[in-house]
Design a protein around this ligand. Structure first.
Ligand code: AMP
Ligand code: MG
Length: 275
């Protein structure tokens, strides 16, 4: 099938419409929505150029912010997405935060405390590599908090995100979805490749063994927290090039909707010649 000249339909095709029930198992992680690798290449380049221009305006305008949340199981491609898509951005004005196993200090606070501190300020684009969603994913799968605690978090997350949105933060959430066998191949590759083995941990295999529990936890998180003010997009991520195209184009379309504009300069004398 010939590639479409534009990727603008991906936003509609990949969004989790608020109020609809998600089943990751019914979506195809290898889907490419009519694109092929060769024709995607110039489109990705085009989307990255759009992102660069949009960020420049957002930063200059300094009135609104954008928060990008990346979630996905181990080896789904969160790091690769940050590398390949966010390279469009000027590092000044772009803040990446990775959320790991909470420290003792973080655990001594409510689950949003460490997250709230990292949200982007005006003019900034914040990128979350994992996020507050870990608190309804890994925490649920491993029983790190009782159900009475984590089950209330969906509503708490929605309220938190509503607060951010009301203060000028546009939130866009990507769930990178890969097939079980693709994860196996990626973890094997990590183990085999000396330049990637540092990323491999035996814990990854324990997580992999809980595949179905994770899928169920993702299904519920996506179903209950895709809202008009902070929608989820499920990105078929078996093919890195399609993942990059989808994330870049949805992000560019989202920021375009904000119409960021260069601020009007202060009143200046006419025909100034600087000597
Ligand atoms: P990585 O992103 O591969 O460096 O791994 C970070 C690890 O931290 C993952 O196994 C996450 O599941 C874990 N993690 C992140 N947030 C939390 C949390 N709130 N509670 C427990 N584990 C977490
Ligand atoms: Mg890891």
């Amino acid at each position: 099938m010939a590639a479409s000249p534009s990727a603008s339909h991906l936003r509609d095709e990949l969004i989790v419409k608020p109020g609809t029930r998600v089943r990751l198992s019914r979506l195809d992680p290898a889907g490419t929505h009519g694109f092929d690798k060769a024709s995607a290449k110039p489109l990705i380049k085009h989307e990255l150029e759009r992102l660069a221009t949009l960020q420049d305006r957002l930063w200059a305008e300094a009135r609104r912010s954008v928060l990008v949340v990346l979630q996905g199981i181990d080896a789904a491609g969160k790091d690769g997405t940050i590398q390949k898509v966010m390279e469009a951005f000027n590092p000044q004005g772009c803040v990446v935060s990775a959320f790991k196993v909470p420290t003792a200090e973080e655990l001594a606070h409510d689950f949003l405390w460490r997250v709230h501190k990292r949200v982007p300020g005006k003019g900034e684009i914040g990128i979350f590599n994992r996020s507050h969603y870990e608190d309804v994913l890994v925490v649920r799968v491993h029983g790190l908090a009782p159900k009475t605690v984590w089950s209330k978090r969906y509503a708490q997350i929605n309220e938190f995100e509503r607060t951010l949105a009301a203060s000028g933060t546009t939130i866009v959430k990507f769930c990178l979805s890969i097939d079980r066998d693709e994860q196996r191949a990626r973890l094997q590759e990590r183990y085999d490749d000396p330049t990637k083995r540092w990323k491999f941990s035996m814990g990854d295999l324990e997580e992999r063994a809980r595949w179905d529990d994770y899928q169920a936890a993702f299904d519920e998180a996506l179903t209950r927290t895709s809202t008009p003010w902070a929608p989820w997009y499920v990105i078929p991520a078996d093919r890195n090039w399609f993942r990059n195209l989808a994330v870049a184009s949805i992000l560019a379309d989202t920021i375009t909707g904000l119409r960021p504009a260069y601020p009007r300069p202060p009143d200046l004398p006419a025909d100034l010649v600087i000597t």
